[in-house]
Design a protein around this ligand. Structure first.
Ligand code: HEM
Length: 195
C-alpha cells in the first residue's frame, strides 16, 4: 500500500491543496487546460494530453518538492563511509531527509515559496542532479515514478477541468506529520465550486 497507493494519494491531495492556496497558479492551470481540452470537460485524458500539459507537470513537481509523499528515507550503512572528513561506521542507520533537502536555499531560493516556474527547463540549469529526489535516487529508486506522475496528472486534469478549488487552511494549520508517508493530522479542508 505504501509504494503504489498512499504515496500517490498523498501527492495528489497536497498538490490540490497547494493549487487551492495559490489562485495565480490555478488560473494558469485553467488556461492550459482550456488550450488542451477546449470546452470539453468530460473526455478521458490521453497520453498525448499529458505531454502537452507542461505547466501541470511543473505544478506536480513543485508540490512534490514542498510536500514530498516520502519525507524521510532510512538506510543501513554496509561499510565504513567517509563523509566530509567524518567516518560513519558500518552498521549505522542513516536518514535522508528529503523534506529538508528540498528546502536547500542554494538550490531553491526562497524555498518555502510555492513556485512551479522553478521546474521550467530554463530555470533548472545549474541545479544539482540530486537536489530534487521525491522518488529517491540510485539503485533502489522508485520503479513506479512514471506511472505515479501520470496518475497524478490525470486526476488533477480531470478535477480542475470542471472545478475551482480553494484551500481553507494555512500550511501551519495542516499539522504535517512525517510517518512513512506525509500526512495532515487535521485533514485537508478545501472548497470546490463549478468553473
Ligand atoms: C507520488 C508517488 C510516489 C512517490 C513519491 C514514491 C516514492 C518512492 C520512494 C522515495 C522510494 C524509495 C523508498 C526507499 O528506498 O526507502 C520508492 C520505492 C518504490 N516505489 Fe514508489 N513512489 C510513488 C509511487 C509509486 C507507485 C505508483 C508505485 C508502483 C506502481 C511505486 C512502487 C515502488 C516500489 C516497488 C519501490 C521499491 C523499489 C526498490 O526498493 O527497489 N511507487 N518510491
Amino acid at each position: 500500500m505504501f509504494a503504489g497507493h498512499d504515496t500517490v494519494s498523498s501527492a495528489t491531495t497536497f498538490a490540490l491543496y497547494l493549487i487551492g492556496r495559490h489562485p495565480e497558479v490555478q488560473h494558469k492551470l485553467h488556461e492550459e487546460l482550456n488550450q488542451v481540452f477546449g470546452s470539453d470537460r468530460d473526455r478521458p485524458v490521453t497520453p498525448d494530453d499529458i505531454q502537452r500539459l507542461e505547466y501541470l507537470s511543473c505544478v506536480v513537481k513543485e508540490s512534490l518538492r514542498l510536500l514530498p509523499s516520502a519525507p524521510l528515507l532510512g538506510r543501513e550503512i554496509e561499510e565504513d563511509v567517509n563523509m566530509c572528513g567524518t567516518t560513519i561506521p558500518k552498521g549505522t542507520t542513516v536518514f535522508i531527509g528529503i523534506f529538508w533537502l528540498h528546502r536547500d536555499p542554494k538550490q531553491f531560493p526562497d524555498p518555502e515559496k510555492f513556485d512551479p516556474d522553478r521546474f521550467l527547463s530554463h530555470n533548472m540549469k545549474g541545479r544539482h542532479n540530486f537536489a530534487f529526489i521525491p522518488f529517491s535516487a540510485g539503485h533502489r529508486n522508485c520503479i513506479g515514478q512514471k506511472f505515479a506522475l501520470m496518475e497524478e496528472k490525470v486526476i488533477l486534469a480531470t478535477i480542475l477541468r470542471k472545478l475551482n478549488v480553494t484551500s481553507l487552511q494555512s500550511i501551519s494549520e495542516l499539522g504535517l506529520t512525517y510517518e512513512l508517508v506525509l500526512r495532515s493530522t487535521e485533514g485537508i479542508k478545501v472548497k470546490l465550486s463549478i468553473r
